[in-house]
Design a protein around this ligand. Structure first.
Ligand code: NAD
Length: 321
């Protein structure tokens, strides 16, 4: 039986990954600062621990796992990552986790390691036109991410690639583009745009108004978590190291996303655009490389994923009342 370690297993993508790996027959150890908030995980072992501490990393990474998935990061939505107040923590905590994991994984002879980077590492200067952003993998340099979160991701990509070149650590790196879905943060300030829109629409009566940050014309693409993990597993099983985009090419404005959620909810909703942290003007996945290397790319529509997510968040909102 293959053994996998999921770092960040108590989080959104990590939780879904634990379930997927168990379905595929892996023995799974999860580690996180906390237990999963929304679901019972089928992990064989779950360790609560802080991966910024090298002693904890030594403890959880004690054997030559077949596969390690490093998803743990000091993370949140735009409000958390782009406001500026959390820059030092984001750089320190996520940087320390990756430094510890890269070294220890090498020392114990991990067979393959996946690292989740982010589209936030792409240069801001290529993402000023909301209708025509450039996020091809080869556009990463000269580097100019618009947030410390993006800089740390770029640093850690290079860290893992250095461990590959100098010590033979067998790495796979993907740049995720706005992953969303059920069983993810939907309130409290760390939620991302799709979950925030679903919550706002759910809480607002028909004919009401919701607030959307920025002028709402900024664009993004969003990928449902199941397809993200399908891409991760295919990358792990391939010989291609990356970095490669894992995202959707279905770009939409943020106001368009709010309207889509309202349509799915069967409500007429007015949008009030207010000032708030928005990040770059435009961002879309470029899937040419993943198609070329893996012969596969995500294909489900945004509407399918948002429908599942809205139904789940609507239930959470009702439960809270
Ligand atoms: P998440 O915040 O739900 O999960 C991250 C988990 O890491 C959390 O459960 C958190 O408790 C844990 N963690 C943080 N610091 C830790 C520490 N010191 N020790 C142990 N655990 C710690 O985020 P997610 O959306 O599931 O993202 C997973 C990964 O994918 C992250 O690396 C993130 O940067 C990357 N990513 C996500 C997206 C997205 O849209 N969700 C986009 C790009 C990249």
């Amino acid at each position: 039986m293959k053994k996998a370690l999921v770092c960040g297993a108590g989080g959104f993508i990590g939780g879904h990954l634990v379930k997927k790996l168990k379905n595929e027959g892996f023995w799974v150890r999860g580690v996180d600062l906390k237990h999963h908030e929304y679901t019972e995980l089928p992990a064989d072992e779950f360790i609560i621990g802080d991966l910024t501490d090298p002693l904890i990393v030594n403890k959880v990474l004690d054997i030559s796992f077949d596969e390690v998935y490093q998803l743990a990061a000091d993370m949140g939505g735009a409000g958390y990552l782009f406001g500026g107040e959390n820059d030092a923590n984001v750089m320190h905590n996520s940087g320390a986790i990756n430094i510890n994991v890269a070294k220890r994984a090498t020392d114990v002879g991990v067979k393959k390691l996946f690292y989740s980077s982010s589209a936030c590492m792409y240069p801001a200067y290529n993402q000023e036109d909301p209708d025509n952003p450039n996020c091809s993998e080869s556009s990463a340099y000269p580097a100019a991410p618009d947030s410390e979160y993006g800089w740390e991701k770029l640093f850690s990509e290079r860290l893992y690639l250095s461990f590959y070149r100098n010590y033979g650590l067998n790495v796979r790196i993907a740049r995720f583009h706005n992953i969303f879905g059920i069983e993810g943060t939907w309130n409290g300030g760390k939620e991302k745009a799709p979950a925030a829109m679903c919550r706002k629409v759910s809480e607002t009566p028909d004919g009401g108004t919701i607030e959307v940050w920025g002028d709402g014309l900024q664009t993004r693409s969003f990928l449902y978590v199941d397809e993200c993990l399908e891409g991760v597993r295919r990358l792990m099983d391939s010989d291609f190291m990356g970095p490669v985009n894992i995202g959707s090419e279905e770009m939409i404005s943020i106001n368009g996303l709010a309207q889509l959620v309202a349509e799915i909810a069967g409500k007429k909703i007015n949008i009030k655009n207010i000032s708030g942290p928005i990040g770059v003007r435009g961002r879309n996945s470029d899937n040419r490389l993943i198609k070329e290397k893996l012969g596969w790319a995500p294909s489900a529509t945004l509407k399918e994923g948002i429908t599942k997510t809205f139904i789940w968040i609507n239930e959470q909102v009702k439960k809270q009342k």
